[in-house]
Design a binder for this molecule. Structure first.
Ligand code: ATP
Ligand code: AMP
Ligand code: MG
Length: 207
């Protein structure tokens, strides 16, 4: 028997720190809301930071400095929290609920590059799509350094950003393979947040 059409979509949005995920998602949500969707941005880092504050972590950019085992424990609990949150939110709504999960497929930690979507995370989130937000390495580094509200200096090197962008695609595809999610790329050009938001909104309409 065919399953009834589900009234929600789960979309993981990832990209290097400072590329503009949170900015683009805010604008995309406005666009989709105006069309009758119920979009909500769920920031993985917010959930991680809430848990970590209880252990004395002072800034969200210090999370990636914690011992890897601690990051792993936080990461795994947050995946379950977000799954429960989305299931409760989607229940009973007539309009389509769009859960944007603002997160990372790749995190640079002191113990090496670490997947943001290992099997125990991606199998909790089960996204329909994984969207990678991209920009030129020069644009990314310039945004990282300009935005004084955050500390992203550990990523602010053009050669490093270039290398991580290639690896990010590999990490995204690896995660997508585990749950049959599609993979999409959105370019967030300098001064063109609206353009990026429109192309992300179009991806959502087609899911
Ligand atoms: P993080 O992973 O660290 O949370 P992020 O990908 O969510 O980073 P944002 O906080 O959305 O990044 O954006 C970083 C900075 O870049 C902000 O100051 C934002 O205003 C700026 N920015 C985002 N998109 C653009 C753009 N298209 N043109 C110019 N500036 C931009
Ligand atoms: P953000 O504001 O998106 O940069 O998130 C803040 C921090 O949360 C990141 O630098 C990571 O340390 C952590 N974080 C976010 N998403 C994940 C994830 N999927 N796995 C592990 N850590 C994450
Ligand atoms: Mg952000």
């Amino acid at each position: 028997m065919l399953e009834p059409l589900k009234n929600f979509r789960i979309v993981v949005v990832a990209g290097l720190p400072g590329v503009g995920k949170s900015t683009v998602l805010s604008r995309t949500s406005e666009l989709l809301r105006a069309e009758g969707y119920l979009p909500e941005v769920i920031n993985y880092g917010d959930f991680m930071f809430e848990f970590a504050k209880r252990k004395g972590v002072k800034s969200r950019d210090d999370l990636r400095k914690l011992p890897l085992n601690e990051q792993k424990k936080l990461q795994a609990s947050v995946a379950k929290e977000i799954r429960n949150y989305v299931i409760n939110k989607a229940r009973g709504d007539v309009a389509t609920f769009i859960a944007f999960i603002d997160t990372h497929v790749l995190i640079k930690t002191s113990s090496g590059l670490w997947p943001g979507l290992p099997e125990y995370v991606i199998k909790e989130l089960v996204p329909d799509s994984i969207v990678i937000v991209e920009a030129s390495p020069e644009e990314i580094v310039s945004r990282q350094l300009r935005d004084k509200t955050r500390y992203r200096a550990d990523y602010a090197d053009t050669a490093l950003v270039k290398e991580l962008m290639d690896l990010m695609r590999v990490f995204a595809i690896s995660a997508a393979t585990l749950v049959g999610a599609s993979v999409n790329f959105v370019v967030n050009r300098e001064g063109k947040v609206d353009e990026a938001a429109h192309s992300l909104a179009e991806i959502i309409r087609r899911l």
